[in-house]
Ligand binder design. Structure first.
Ligand code: HEC
Length: 146
């Protein structure tokens, strides 16, 4: 029984690793779901909009979170970098107070607001998985995302 449980657990870990490898590799490949971005919009409205603006255009010290300038800050980095930036420093008046799921949802909302495409599966909430997804400002001409 115990041995079976171990085998099962090993199988799950291997399946997880295979999934992670087969996962989309760039922000252009539908790395979050529409439903998740909608949840993220609610998180945004409650926890971010007071500073960053209801239309994500920024207020006072808080910069806008859409458009070329915002996207350029993460160009050639990874989605993990954006996720960690938000997770460890935002909301600025109470950093790291949301759950990982809420941070993933709000990052999905930011991706949607910046016109990166939605896909069938939600954005992962594990930094190490997000670190393998490239954030590229320009949509690749061949659609490959590299
Ligand atoms: C109390 C005001 C405040 C709140 C609430 C807040 N932010 Fe910010 N945010 C700022 C300020 C000010 C900056 C710029 C200075 C800094 O980075 O700390 C910033 C910077 C950022 C950046 C970096 C922008 C860039 O161009 O690289 C991101 C991304 C961000 N915030 C996302 C969020 C998200 C998502 C939330 C909600 C979970 C949030 N912020 C809540 C004030 C706020």
């Amino acid at each position: 029984m115990a041995a079976r449980a171990v085998l099962l657990a090993t199988g799950l870990v291997l399946a997880g690793a295979a999934l992670a490898q087969a996962a989309p590799r760039s922000v252009w490949q539908g790395i979050y779901s529409e439903e998740q971005a909608q949840r993220g919009a609610q998180v945004y409205n409650q926890r971010c909009a007071a500073c960053h603006g209801a239309a994500l255009n920024g207020t006072g010290e808080a910069p806008g979170l859409t458009g070329g300038e915002f996207v350029s800050h993460y160009d050639q980095l990874s989605v993990g970098d954006l996720f960690e930036r938000v997770r460890t420093s935002m909301p600025q008046n109470a950093p790291a107070t949301l759950s990982r799921d809420e941070y993933a949802d709000v990052v999905a909302f930011l991706l949607k607001a910046n016109e990166f495409p939605a896909g069938p599966n939600p954005l992962d909430r594990r930094t190490e998985v997000l670190a393998s997804i490239a954030f590229t400002a320009q949509k690749p001409a061949n659609g490959a995302g590299e």
